[in-house]
Design a binder for this molecule. Structure first.
Ligand SMILES: [Fe+2]
Length: 288
């Protein structure tokens, strides 16, 4: 939060607040002002809460050895003046307690400030899963410093998948695990991410932006993990009617491809969330 600044004299700084108060009083706006203050209080508190979403995803082509494989999916951490490191450390601690087989991170590690990259990467080095942590980049990472973010995440033991993929093996089975760079900045190359895989392979794709869903379906991706939307961040009651078809959060299917979109952790524009709390996604893959 920006500290309050007083210019010239205390009296001068008080004048605007005094005039707002008198307008509110004169126009009889106390009930409205009270509702606005209540909304702000709740929205600030909600942004500092956390919810764990345990979702079972049934997948037709999932190899049997991957049945009940647990992934903790985190996205949009947005370490910034809005989302402090002690809050992120608590999220990491809770995520480790869920004991996933693998962590997946889908971008937007910071918002705009370069100085937040290294502390965030250090915090993420504490994620502990038997099969490690895989990640892709988001639009805010490019708008900040994608090269530095990549370097710092790699130093923390996180494997970046930027328009690339590989066979991830478990016992006698394998899946194609891949990731694309960010779609919004024009760097997503799905064909490059799938290069080396076969049509019959089960394909798990990391893509910060869920907008490539149809393209992913066309190329035979089974499951895509995304963030970017923040679930809307502030959800008003009428919103669903206004935007019924937009991909926001949760599990969706398009043809044979499913996408899980997490609401993410941090915030942008305002340090608030409303009817859309930050989310740790515990995803359990199930053979259908
Ligand atoms: Fe974001």
């Amino acid at each position: 939060m920006t500290p309050t600044r007083i210019y010239f004299s205390e009296m001068k700084s008080r004048q605007p607040y005094g005039s707002i108060f008198s307008v509110v009083k004169r126009k009889g706006l106390f009930p409205v002002a009270s509702q606005v203050l209540t909304f702000i209080k709740h929205a600030l508190a909600e942004a500092n809460s956390i919810s764990i979403e345990h979702v079972k995803i049934h997948l037709k082509r999932l190899p049997k050895d991957f049945d009940r494989f647990k992934i903790v999916h985190l996205s949009d951490l947005h370490h910034s003046p809005f989302t402090k490191i002690d809050y992120i450390e608590k999220v990491i601690d809770i995520s480790n307690q869920l004991r996933p087989d693998m962590f997946i991170l889908t971008g937007d590690y910071v918002s705009h400030e370069v100085e937040y990259i290294t502390p965030l990467a250090k915090a993420l080095s504490h994620l502990k899963a038997h099969y490690g942590t895989y990640a892709c980049l988001g639009n805010h990472d490019h708008w900040t410093d994608a090269e530095l973010i990549t370097k710092e995440l790699q130093k923390s033991g996180i494997k970046l998948l930027i328009n690339e993929g590989f066979y991830f093996s478990l016992n006698d089975s394998r899946i194609w695990l891949c990731g694309v760079d960010d779609y919004m900045v024009g760097k997503a190359h799905l064909k490059a991410a799938l290069k080396g895989s076969k049509e019959e392979d089960f394909k798990l794709l990391l893509s910060h932006n869920p907008q490539i869903l149809r393209f992913a379906a066309y190329h035979g991706v089974d499951l895509m993990l995304s963030g970017h939307t923040h679930g809307g961040q502030i959800r008003l009651k009428t919103e669903r009617k206004l935007l019924p078809r937009r991909l926001k959060s949760g599990l969706y299917r398009y043809r044979e491809t499913q996408v899980y979109i997490t609401r993410g952790i941090g915030t942008v524009v305002v340090p608030m969330r409303y009817q859309c709390p930050p989310e740790i996604s515990l995803l359990e893959l199930c053979s259908a």
